[in-house]
Design a protein around this ligand. Sequence first.
Ligand code: SF4
Length: 320
Amino acid sequence: MMEQPILQVEHLTKYFSVGPKAEVHAVDDVSFTLRRGRTFGLVGESGCGKSSCARTIIRIYEPSEGKIILDGQDIAHMKQRQLQPIRRKMQMIFQDPYASLNARMTVHDIIAEPLKAHHVCQSRKDMDDKIFAMLERVGLTAEHAGRYAHEFSGGQRQRVGIARALVLNPELVICDEPISALDVSIQAQVVNLLRDYQQAEGTSYLFIAHDLSMVRYVSDDVGVMYLGQLVETCEAEEIYDHPLHPYTKGLLSCIPIADPKLARAQDNPGIEGDLPSPVNPKPGCRFCTRCPYAKPICHEQNPALKEAAPGHFVACHLYE
Ligand code: SF4
């Protein structure tokens, strides 16, 4: 029997009202599955809805519609009181290690917060032991526990953020662009830290990023989002070897290639123009204002996500 996935997102929708008859379609009918112990990379430009999707899944935002099935249980419309024990199973690592840590709290107190909220320690000593062990696991030491966030570098602050997220040993961690605010030299260290932890503990990650190069080395499966919708999803290698959606091809063409001959040889068209407004989007394919292959039907009908090859789903009229 196949193991049950840790997370199934089904037709998830999140609209924000921004005035009379005006709604931002931040997340629009998004469905995907995160396999247990694996990483699903959710990719798209800034403003495409990936962070809203993550925050809706973890119930920072209330979903408008759809299901969020965590470990077999639909948590999409649970009340906050019902969610309390479930929150221990899912934690979040935030993008900005400068803004996400309370400047008035010591590192010890920051990491102690989730332990206290979920009453998981038998004694003060038990709590200290857990905090010091977690600091060691993320590459810090017990000596760092008494310091404040401003005393650390960006990479060290993100390690504190990771320690706070992992100290409860959650089954699902939502990593919301956890390395994009860090120096390039530090990014690989943080990615390796997350991978090592996953291999040791079997944790599942939903890894949010704005470019495909970043998720290549961490993801087992990838989903590409555009203007609130998932436009392509499949296994990670497949999306790099056989991208189908014009937007995915454009994103891939934005990845710098070191070899100039290879760079010249690639025939991907790139992406021109800006992301359109997500307020009351027009009918038709959301990408049609920027797509070099747009045809008349693209301006009238929004293509559904369909299986174009085994396990490879794409929303584009070119594949119907
Ligand atoms: Fe381009 Fe049409 Fe496909 Fe949209 S549906 S990506 S406009 S070809």
